[in-house]
Design a protein around this ligand. Structure first.
Ligand SMILES: Cc1cc2nc3c(=O)[nH]c(=O)nc-3n(C[C@H](O)[C@H](O)[C@H](O)COP(=O)(O)O)c2cc1C
Length: 358
């Protein structure tokens, strides 16, 4: 059924369609649905405690017999810099006042933590079929333990140099994340967003540079995009934005409304929401403070100052301060249950491939 079976065979999945891990936007419910549709479910753990991560994996395992991809960030943590934080609060103070908030109010934010020894122990306990990383790979000793637990390792590359590095350092599968992709760029050997190639240019060059299977990500939202990814040499696709409007996603009603109104030119790459470049539907904060600001505190500290603003604005019914992560194909997302969407994507891709084969 699929022209390249390396990924379906390796992961033991029916369709080479991977639900993109999307921290805070999805949980076990949509993962279960994607698994039921024949794709690979994911559990994004960047914003979860060890207990919550265990709970999410167990919920999926109780409901469906399917391989699971557990996902982590592995950025180098940077201590919050008090003077930079103060400057950032100062920059956002007019918005605080407009929302009737105290600009000096303290915030207890859910932070984005990198993979560490505690999470590594959890992977040894749970032994998920796949563990994937964004922003490079964890330190070699931790990665060795993940591999010794029998997990396949998947890493994200935004340029060919990163793909070669990931393969040399233990990735069994490489995600080629093009500039179209929603969310944070997985970049780790460069920080130049102006140079990030698009999916169409990146995928074949990564395929030529590495031996491991390559998964295309970024701007893929229908059967034509999946067929194109296979034509470029990918063995699978990772799809995020197209799933955001499924009823099972955890996107808030306000953000859902903003995503539903988005078009092909609605997204920008911004660093203001978290301190690291990510693509999302442009909102007031991204437009007025950025989209790129040299004043944003280092990742993930820039996000803290937006917590109260986001809550207040969403109460008023707007997404002015919500990080509306989404890619350039967000308008192609459909409000379908995720199992049905997965099956429909697979069928449409296969029909497109047959059509192209004549
Ligand atoms: C809302 C959102 C959140 C994301 N969070 C994560 C994450 O937690 N971990 C990760 O590896 N990638 C994350 N990504 C990036 C995706 O893995 C993937 O590269 C991207 O969704 C593919 O592009 P697409 O959105 O055009 O399908 C996120 C993307 C979005 C849209």
């Amino acid at each position: 059924m699929w022209p390249d079976r390396r990924l379906t065979d390796l992961l033991k999945i029916e369709h080479p369609i991977l639900l993109a891990p999307m921290a805070s936007a999805i949980d076990a419910e949509i993962a279960i649905a994607v698994a039921q549709g024949g794709g690979l479910p994911s559990v994004p753990c960047a914003m979860l405690s060890v207990e919550k991560a265990r709970e999410q994996v167990n919920i999926i395992r109780q409901r469906v017999a399917a391989p699971i991809n557990v996902n982590f960030f592995c950025h180098r943590p940077v201590e919050a810099d008090a003077s930079r934080e103060a400057g950032w609060r100062q920059r956002l103070a007019p918005y605080y006042r407009e929302m009737g908030l105290d600009p000096a109010a303290s915030v207890n934010a859910a932070s984005r933590a990198p993979f560490d020894a505690a999470m590594c122990e959890l992977m040894e306990e749970l032994k998920p079929e796949v563990v994937s990383f964004h922003f490079g790979l964890p330190e070699p000793a931790l990665l060795k333990r993940v591999k010794a637990a029998g997990c396949l390792v998947m890493g994200s590359a935004t340029i060919v140099k990163e793909a070669i590095w990931l393969e040399a350092n233990g990735s069994d599968i490489i995600i080629a994340q093009g500039a179209e992709a929603g969310g944070h760029r997985g970049m780790f050997l460069t920080d130049n967003i102006a140079h990030q190639p698009g999916t169409f240019a990146l995928v074949p060059q990564v395929v030529d540079a590495v031996k491991v299977p390559v998964v295309a990500a970024g701007g893929i939202a229908d059967g034509r995009g999946i067929a194109a990814a296979f034509a470029l040499g990918a063995a699978g696709v990772q799809i995020g934005s197209a799933y955001l409007r499924c009823p099972e996603s955890k996107v808030s009603a306000v953000a859902r409304g903003a995503l539903a109104q988005a078009s092909d030119d609605s997204t920008v790459i911004t660093n203001v929401m978290t301190g690291r470049p990510a693509r999302g539907v442009a909102n007031r904060a991204m437009r007025e403070v950025g989209p790129i600001s040299p004043d944003a505190p280092a990742f993930p500290h820039a996000a803290t100052a937006f917590v109260l603003l986001r809550q207040a604005a969403e109460k008023r019914g707007n997404a002015d301060f919500t990080n509306l992560w989404a890619g350039q194909a967000v308008a192609m997302g459909r409000e379908l249950p995720a199992a049905e969407l997965t099956r429909s994507l697979a069928e449409a891709a296969q029909a497109q491939m047959r059509k192209l084969a004549g």
